[in-house]
Design a protein around this ligand. Structure first.
Ligand code: FCB
Length: 455
């Protein structure tokens, strides 16, 4: 396909959005009855977060949500993706609901509606109530039931006020980083436990979908997976085999149960199954039809079997996280998924880049971020031109925020946040994104599909 993106192939109904998550922006960690989550515990444990920071205050979005929604509206986007903090609305993850917590999200939804911005709600962006962790967390099968109850309650209250509800954000991270390596909360370093956790996350997703469908929620329902292609570093058989296994363990491990009702053989043969229990019926629960699939894409996996591993050359550079900039991976990934699965409509629910932004006379010149977005939109348009049904794109993130174990050192935002004053400054990339979306809208109104050239 030749340069399809230069004609800007995005359909008129395409959704343009920005994304955030609760723990990364809200702050107000102990306010209005919110219970502690595993991320509160983790960030308050010495040595877990690079800059020793916590999400206690974060971007203070809990108090500044109205101003933030005004800023979102100024970007011309027509979608906002955020997450509900489970411990804010159900402090112990079971039992009593916290009305003040629900009130906050209700105010947020009112404000979004006032600005005509459809809401895309995520139920779980990693902040498990600590009380559930004290009972074994995602290693305890009972947590899957607790999650389904929570999902049904949120859907009952908000299902008619949001466009979509996502069960989980990136279960791979909760499983592998949270339980396999211990880099994320709850900080467990036990690969066998991580496998069981991944199964419970998938099961809880399926149970939550069924619980929400049982009450006929009008919202569209789906899940968000973080995905990448796995490129062998060389043509050696060892690199190829390792890359194939990497793809099976990270992408197919989540896609296959949902779309095919089983785990991929290759991964099953190569994981630590000592703590693994899954019943056949679980796959019936997991394999529920999805209204949409959310795909988060940042970079590819470059896989080398050598010691030390070969590194990618990074012709287009690397982000401040050290992640290779590789837009072609988005096209390849989507085409691969399209070949292998019967996909529902797709949203790119996250794509973005950390840049070591500096503010100069009130301006943030972040050309690299603009280039990153432009290249990834071109890559996305290529995949769409080849038949992949993509309905929207969300930039990660609306604003700089608490980047998990990297603390506040990594800036992904379209808005620069000065954490001392909580002042938000619109970066140059945000202006580009705003104008790009306006160009799309104008092209739509003029009845043509021509917008701003991407390449
Ligand atoms: C994703 C997470 C999101 C953010 C970005 C950079 O894995 O979903 O919260 O941390 O990465």
């Amino acid at each position: 396909m030749q340069n399809t993106a230069s004609k800007t192939a995005f359909p008129p109904s395409f959704v343009w959005g920005v994304a955030t998550s609760a723990y990364q922006i809200e702050g107000a960690a102990a306010e209005d009855g919110r219970g502690p989550s595993i991320w509160d515990t983790f960030t308050h444990t010495e040595g877990k977060i690079i800059d020793r920071s916590t999400g206690d205050i974060a971007c203070d979005h809990y108090h500044r949500y109205a101003e933030d929604v005004d800023l979102i509206a100024a970007l011309n986007v027509n979608a906002y993706r955020f997450s509900v903090a489970w411990p804010r609305v159900q402090p112990r993850g079971a039992g009593a609901w916290n009305e003040k917590g629900f009130d906050f999200y209700s105010r947020l939804l009112d404000k979004l509606q006032e600005k005509n911005i459809p809401a895309h709600l995520t139920l779980y962006h990693w902040d498990l109530p600590q009380a559930l962790q004290d009972n074994g967390g995602w290693l305890n099968r009972d947590t899957t039931r607790r999650f389904a109850d929570y999902a049904a309650e949120v859907a009952r209250r908000f299902g008619a006020r949001v466009a979509t509800i996502t069960t989980h954000n990136e279960p791979w991270c909760t499983s592998v980083l949270g339980h396999g390596t211990g880099q994320f909360a709850p900080g467990m370093a036990d690969p066998a436990a991580a496998i069981q956790v991944s199964h419970h996350l998938l099961l809880s997703h399926g149970l939550a979908l069924q619980a929400m469908r049982a009450i006929n929620t009008p919202a569209k329902l789906g899940i968000v997976l973080n995905q990448w292609t796995a490129t062998p570093a060389t043509a050696s058989a060892a690199d190829k085999a390792k890359a194939e296994l990497e793809y099976a363990k990270s992408v197919q491990w989540y896609m296959d149960p949902i779309f095919k009702g089983r785990y991929p053989e290759l991964a099953l043969e190569n994981i630590d199954r000592t703590a693994f229990f899954a019943s056949e019926n679980d796959f019936i629960d997991i394999q529920q039809p999805l209204d949409f699939l959310g795909v988060n894409y940042y970079t590819r996996a470059f896989v080398s079997a050598e010691t030390p591993p070969k590194q990618p050359e990074g012709a287009l550079g690397f982000s401040d996280m050290g992640w290779e900039i590789y837009p072609q991976g988005l096209t390849d990934l989507l085409l691969g998924l399209h070949r292998e699965y019967k996909l529902p409509p797709i949203y790119i629910t996250e794509n973005g880049i950390a840049v070591a932004d500096k503010i100069n006379n009130g301006r943030v010149d972040d050309q690299l971020r603009t280039d990153y977005v432009r290249m990834h939109l071109a890559a996305l348009a290529d995949a769409m031109a080849q038949g992949v049904d993509v309905r929207g794109y969300f930039y990660w993130s609306l604003m700089d925020n608490f980047e998990w174990n990297s603390g506040y050192e990594k800036r992904f935002g379209l808005l620069y946040v000065d954490y001392a004053t909580q002042q938000r400054t619109t970066k140059d990339s945000a202006l580009w994104y705003r104008d790009f979306i306006a160009g799309q809208t104008q092209a739509r109104d003029a009845g043509s599909s021509a917008g701003i050239a991407l390449k």
